[in-house]
Design a protein around this ligand. Structure first.
Ligand code: MF3
Ligand code: CO
Length: 239
């Protein structure tokens, strides 16, 4: 898991460094794909349920599952990159939202609150707690900052399969769901909208957009539950 997650985090960092005006999202996807293969791993998302690329690249009002294409990024865009790598039997899964050139202060605040909401949830990712203690912390922090958490998509266990039990929602009352035990690996992944939490999946069956057209951001790491502090596995020097 550690090795798979290191490769995954390095792929995210590589993608993040490519985000600038004029770059096509499919160029970023190709770099992610080639990097993952160069590490002796395979892209977890490619062909998963028919998904056609190695990365999900979701721009502005696209919440998740944006399919890389020939569109060029523009100054002021916010760009969510989600990647997964499968190495020696295990998956890593992580995402982050990056600024393309100069972005508005409100867009930057959305990115910051989304990332911090992950860390608010992480405080509860401890043996003996229940899964929804994480969920509740994420939701409380996001809503106290005036944004909303997506309901229709959630975090998840990750390991030999990309998606495993338990479900890890970003909303809900505390004290519910399975108890966390050391050795569990989970993907905590707040998807945060500037306006309504409602989303819509487009006709391509993947691209998920905000119902109101407002911005959305995403931040995700694969986390190991221990008998003490949780360990973020998707690290590459960049967090
Ligand atoms: N990180 C996302 C997830 O947890 C990405 C999945 S994209 C898919 O589900 F193509 F693989 F479905
Ligand atoms: Co995930």
């Amino acid at each position: 898991m550690r090795q798979a997650c290191k490769i995954t985090a390095a792929a995210r960092a590589l993608a993040g460094e490519m985000v600038r005006p004029g770059v096509r999202t499919k160029e970023i996807d190709k770099a992610v794909h080639d990097f993952i293969l160069s590490q002796g791993a395979t892209p977890s998302f490619l062909n998963y349920g028919g998904y056609p690329a190695s990365a999900c690249i979701s721009v502005n009002n696209v919440v998740i599952h944006g399919i890389p294409d020939s569109r060029k990024l523009q100054e002021g865009d916010i760009v969510s990159v989600d990647v997964g790598a499968y190495y020696h039997g295990f998956h890593g899964d992580c995402a982050a939202t990056y600024a393309c050139g100069e972005i508005s202060p409100e867009a930057q605040r959305l990115i910051n609150v989304t990332k911090q909401s992950f860390f608010e949830g992480l405080k509860f990712a401890r043996q003996g707690n229940r899964v929804s203690d994480i969920s509740h912390a994420v939701q409380t922090y996001v809503e106290s900052n005036g944004f909303s958490v997506v309901r229709d998509f959630i975090g998840h266990g990750v390991g030999a399969n990309l998606h495993e039990e338990p479900n890890v929602p970003n909303y809900g009352a505390p004290g519910r769901g399975p108890r966390l035990i050391r050795g569990m690996t989970i993907a905590i992944e707040p998807m945060v909208n500037a306006g309504t939490y409602e989303v819509q999946v487009l006709k391509d069956h993947w691209t998920t957009v905000t119902r109101d057209g407002k911005l959305s951001a995403h931040y995700e790491n694969t986390v190991l539950i221990t008998d003490g502090e949780p360990e973020i596995l998707t690290v590459s020097g960049e967090l």
